[in-house]
Unconditional design. Structure first.
Length: 387
């Protein structure tokens, strides 16, 4: 296969590079065009490995266009909580449709947040590779054991359905929704796992951990939750959670909308891989604000991409996330973002042995990006799966 551009998961390769692969998608080699005998399949655009979506809530696909935009995180969370467990007639069909749309746009693997087993039936077809992140909430200490055991039970149900236990973990929802008692129960399950958590998605999160005031305090009051157990640490939320994630194999921090340079310095000090997952379209949908992506690049952060859910996005497309970043930060190149969307994503979800790059013997999927100008994506760019 040859296109105008060939990206191998790490670098844009020289003009004339050809991808050699079998019909089943296994990579055999990358050679120069003059080494090819016989017919050569040519495409306009850019050939890249399959795209990795590191953060999604597939089970919320039935909430597309239900939750109002730009109402702030706290109101968004309250809206989702009031809507998610209502009966929706076509919930399973909407999950299948969302999965199929991702497949067609070139996504090959998904880091999926699971609060229920609603996605289990769809995932059993194995159209995508999944890391199932079993998510646990529990701000009230007295509920810690009950919430932890429910999470363990949900994880066991996924294993019973045939899902790989090495691509499944128990995960805290967010700094403000997991009590110390629940953290202590969960930590025993972190070893050798990718552990994900929603991080600094709103200014209210940092305010609550610094002073105990703000919109999170309002939310707890509205929910009539006892917060007397929480001793305000007097620091931003990220240092608070990093100390509780020391046992994780690697860490996947999601959103990072209000992560600053002091936070990035603390991440650099950890002796483990910490990935920062950007979900820009969801950030705009909920808070109408983007993370400081150039700052993350400056600090050589391990960046990956996600879409969040259809409750907070109009589509589940990694290319659309890249377009939003490019529009806001023209200094970020397509080649940089493709590293985030392919090889970095595969590492974050522990699929680097088979996905993420065009290494001989891997079957990473082959995706064509069309309407490319001078090696950069445009507003008109589209993505589709070739293999």
């Amino acid at each position: 296969m040859k296109a105008d551009y060939l990206f191998d998961g790490y670098n844009m390769l020289p003009s004339g590079s050809v991808l050699v692969c079998r019909q089943d998608g296994m990579i055999e080699d990358i050679v120069n065009e003059d080494q090819v005998d016989g017919d050569l399949e040519k495409f306009p655009g850019m050939i890249v490995p399959g795209l990795i979506n590191c953060h999604c809530h597939l089970e919320l696909s039935h909430l597309k266009a239900v939750i109002p935009e730009k109402q702030g995180l706290i109101n968004f969370v309250l809206s989702v909580m009031s809507q998610r467990f209502q009966t929706f007639h076509l919930k399973e069909e909407q999950i299948l449709t969302a999965e199929n749309n991702m497949l067609n746009t070139g996504i090959v693997a998904l880091g999926d947040i699971c609060n229920t087993a609603d996605t289990g039936a769809a995932k059993q077809a194995k159209l995508l590779s999944y890391y199932n992140f079993i998510e646990i909430f529990g701000w009230v200490p007295d509920q810690a054991t009950t919430r932890y055991e429910a999470g363990k039970k949900l994880a066991a149900s996924f294993i019973d359905m045939g899902f790989d236990k090495n691509h499944l973990s128990l995960n805290p929802h967010a700094p403000y929704s997991v009590s110390d008692r629940l953290w202590n129960l969960m930590k025993q399950d972190f070893k050798n796992k990718t552990i994900t958590i929603h991080n600094q998605e709103s200014a209210a999160e940092n305010e609550y951990f610094t002073s105990g005031t703000g919109d999170l305090a309002r939310m707890y009051g509205q929910m009539k939750m006892d917060t007397s157990h929480f001793k305000v640490p007097g620091c931003r939320s990220l240092p608070y959670i990093l100390s509780r994630l020391q046992d994780a194999g690697q860490i996947l921090l999601v959103h990072n909308t209000y992560t600053d340079e002091t936070d990035l310095i603390k991440i650099t000090g950890l002796n483990k891989r910490v990935f920062l997952c950007l979900c820009p379209n969801a950030n705009l949908y909920i808070e109408d604000k983007l993370p400081d992506v150039p700052l993350f690049v400056k600090h050589n952060s391990l960046i990956v991409l996600g879409t969040d859910s259809l409750a907070s996005n109009h589509q589940l497309s990694i290319l659309e996330e890249m377009k939003t970043i490019k529009k806001a930060f023209s200094c970020i190149t397509t080649s940089e973002m493709l590293v985030w969307a392919t090889s970095n994503g595969a590492k974050a979800l522990a699929f680097e042995d088979k996905l993420g790059d065009f290494t001989r013997g891997k079957k990473p999927g082959v995706v064509l990006l069309e309407n490319i100008t001078d090696g950069e994506i445009t507003r008109q760019s589209t993505s589709r799966r070739l293999l």
